[in-house]
Design a protein around this ligand. Structure first.
Ligand SMILES: [Zn+2]
Length: 240
């Protein structure tokens, strides 16, 4: 596991290959610690906690973009270390009830997680000097949230799996997936002034706005490839 520096205070956490898909995990440093955007599937959780402690910025909070397991399955491990978990209320319900967080055929294989801060409306969450603006962007799931954070003068928008590079549609097989909502969420974030776009599996320091506009265009013209394919994973390994 390594921390890849994007800017002085913003890191991409690169996890070791493991048996489950993993999302992009971003670490943001602030005066007294750090917080993550998504926390991954959990295989590298303990190492991650250690690594951030070494930087003298221990992880204190995790902002989840949504409930899919490649983004959130590790949440319980972080929570047991006293790290606060934050998500939209619908994602929190999924995490609590163990539905469609994992492939929903296997709810028995993971433990529920209680989210500490459930976001019910769009609001600003302050972590010391950092202001995290929460933007409700449903579609990929009903509990999908985006986060706008100014980091070293750059407005960074974290969008989870709302849109992929070049305006492509990420996996669309969630039971609460809604394409119209993806399009209206894209139109919503298109109005936001931002510099960098950080997605759940890709990021761009220059083409983010273009990807969003391409996404709206493709979505409205029915040009998206809709991938609802379903792959089974062995989740026994993460049942800790
Ligand atoms: Zn997802």
């Amino acid at each position: 596991m390594e921390l890849i520096k994007i800017t002085k205070k913003l890191f991409l956490v690169r996890c070791k290959e493991n048996k489950l898909p993993e999302c992009n995990i971003y670490g943001v440093l602030y005066s007294k610690g750090s917080f993550l955007i998504d926390c991954g599937n959990g295989f590298s959780a303990k190492e991650m906690i250690e690594k951030f402690r070494e930087t003298k910025h221990p992880i204190t909070h995790i902002f989840l973009t949504h409930c899919h397991f490649d983004h959130s399955l590790g949440a319980g491990i972080f929570k047991r270390e006293g790290i606060k978990i934050i998500s939209h209320i619908n994602a929190a319900t999924s995490l609590k009830e163990e539905i469609f967080r994992v492939w929903y055929e296997h709810p028995e294989k993971v433990k529920p997680v209680e989210v500490d801060i459930e976001l019910k409306k769009e609001e600003e969450v302050n972590i010391e000097e950092m202001k995290i603006k929460t933007i409700y962007t449903p579609g990929h799931t009903s509990g999908s949230m985006s986060y706008l954070i100014e980091i070293e003068g750059k407005r960074c928008l974290f969008t989870g799996d709302l849109i992929a590079e070049e305006g492509e549609l990420p996996w669309a097989g969630s039971i609460d997936f809604n394409m119209e909502k993806v399009i209206s969420s894209l139109e919503k974030i298109d109005k936001i002034d931002f510099d960098y776009l950080f997605g759940g599996h890709w990021y761009s320091l220059k083409d983010g706005k273009k990807w969003i506009e391409e996404g709206i265009e493709k979505g409205k013209r029915g040009k998206w490839k809709i991938d609802k394919s379903f792959k089974e994973y062995n989740l026994e390994e993460v049942k800790k």
